[in-house]
Write a protein that binds this ligand. Structure first.
Ligand code: NAD
Length: 411
């Protein structure tokens, strides 16, 4: 299994900076965050107690633009997580051609243990105490534990503090509060476009077999689009278990079953599959869309797919990747495959800054165009430099960041 995700990202930074000839001074900037804030949020609880919550925000690198994205509310949130994810967002924005820097933050709390009033007070407290904020500085978005409702509270709090409207300062808002269409589905759509293009490139049959780990926002939407395009979904898992049927599983009916029962497990007409079955089943496309480090040195040799699409962040460890590449499996990296939501978040900010809100088809078409550009650039660089697709994506990102740093006189 891998070590710490930040260490893994630093390894990728150093190895790709070397092959791309990135100037050492640019690498120095990227070895740590530009700034990091740790602060407390006091909340008066429903029973009268005062509880103190710890909060974190990292501005990793803003060479390409204002800091943007993710506030995670989980019981084990810490600065290391914010740092690792902030670095990832920096690279992801650069891969996606998004004029934004990378950031991440969060609150150490368990939302399931808070009443609605307590949660609202916590989220509003985050915005009140956040030291630097605004559309041109730091634009918090949603992540685990945050969603449209929390983002609308954030916006409302910020506007009350400032005394003027500022919808571009918060992302992932509902459309009723100046959000964008396709916000929830963006990553699944983006992953689908990447798979479709890659399948065409490597000559995969139209009814290619797909195995899907994770049936949430990303996995379910990508699975639905793939099925509509003629792919056969043969295995699906979630945290509670998995199912398979080599003749194909109707993803929409599976979705209804999941909404009814809370899990994909027990879906009629399928057999039970373990977590490892879903990763090792013979298929054309394997999509890990759940959590990190699920394919590693211990199981990579058993992966029986032609193409691995990293929808989760870091689902394949570096030693697992070496084994997959050695077996001739094509692997498309997280910083490309799941950049869809970052792209649509950038669109959300643009819409809010211009006060012109696009219809769903416009957002979808612009997302498709933008992610396919990133896909084409990744493939071209990887082929030109004779390196893997992860390296191809990172080389493009590092070159963009280096150019911005040089233009600004940082290096
Ligand atoms: P989600 O919470 O909606 O769904 C996660 C799914 O994974 C659920 O079906 C859950 O049951 C399953 N799961 C969790 N742990 C599992 C395990 N150990 N084994 C098998 N299944 C497991 O999350 P999501 O929004 O779909 O995100 C999925 C992944 O993609 C996460 O790693 C997330 O960080 C990453 N990601 C998401 C977005 C986005 O826009 N939602 C963007 C970039 C990256």
């Amino acid at each position: 299994m891998s070590g710490n995700p930040f260490e893994t990202s630093l390894q990728t930074l150093h190895s790709t900076a070397k092959i791309a000839g990135i100037r050492p001074n640019a690498v120095k900037y990227l070895e740590q965050p530009k700034r990091a804030f740790e602060f407390i949020i006091p909340v008066k609880m429903d029973d009268g107690r005062l509880e103190i919550f710890n909060a974190f925000r990292v501005h990793y690198c803003d060479a390409l633009g204002q800091i943007k994205n993710g506030v995670r509310v989980v019981p084990d949130m810490d600065m290391d997580t914010a740092k690792a994810l902030g670095f990832w967002m920096t690279i992801k924005h650069a891969v996606g051609g998004i004029p934004a820097g990378g950031g991440k933050g969060g609150i150490r709390a368990d939302p399931s243990k808070l009443s609605d009033r307590e949660y609202e007070a916590l989220i509003r407290g985050f915005i009140r105490k956040l030291p630097m904020k605004g559309a041109w500085v730091d634009v918090p978005g949603a992540d685990i534990g945050t969603h449209g409702k929390t983002q609308a509270w954030m916006l409302d709090e910020l506007e009350e503090i400032q005394g003027f409207h500022s919808p571009a300062a918060i992302n992932d808002k509902p459309t009723a509060a100046n959000g964008t269409e396709l916000s929830r589905e963006a990553t699944g759509y983006g992953a689908y476009y990447v798979i479709r293009e890659m399948a065409q490139k490597i000559g995969m049959p139209a009814n290619a077999k797909v195995s899907l780990q994770g049936f949430g926002n990303v996995g379910r939407v990508a699975g639905e689009l793939l099925q509509q395009a003629g792919y056969r979904i043969i295995a699906v898992s979630d945290i509670f278990g998995g199912v398979y049927n080599t003749d194909g599983i109707d993803i929409f009916k599976l979705g209804e079953h999941c909404d009814r029962t809370g899990s994909v497990s027990g879906y009629p007409g399928s057999s039970a599959a373990s977590a490892s079955d879903v990763l090792e089943i013979e298929c054309d496309v394997l999509i890990p869309a759940a959590v990190q480090s699920v394919i590693h040195a211990g199981n990579a040799a058993k992966v029986n797919a032609k193409l691995v699409i990293e929808c989760a962040n870091g689902p394949v460890t570096p030693d697992g990747e070496e084994i997959l590449i050695g077996k001739g499996v094509a692997l498309l990296p997280d910083v490309l495959c799941n950049v869809g939501s970052a792209i649509v978040c950038a669109f959300e900010r643009t819409q809010c800054l211009t006060d012109e809100y696009w219809d769903r088809e416009t957002v979808r078409a612009r997302l498709e165009q933008r992610i396919l550009k990133a896909f084409g650039e990744t493939i071209a660089t990887a082929e030109e430099m004779k390196v893997g697709y992860r390296e191809g994506a990172w080389v493009n990102a590092l070159r963009r960041i280096e150019r911005a740093m040089a233009a600004r006189g940082w290096i």
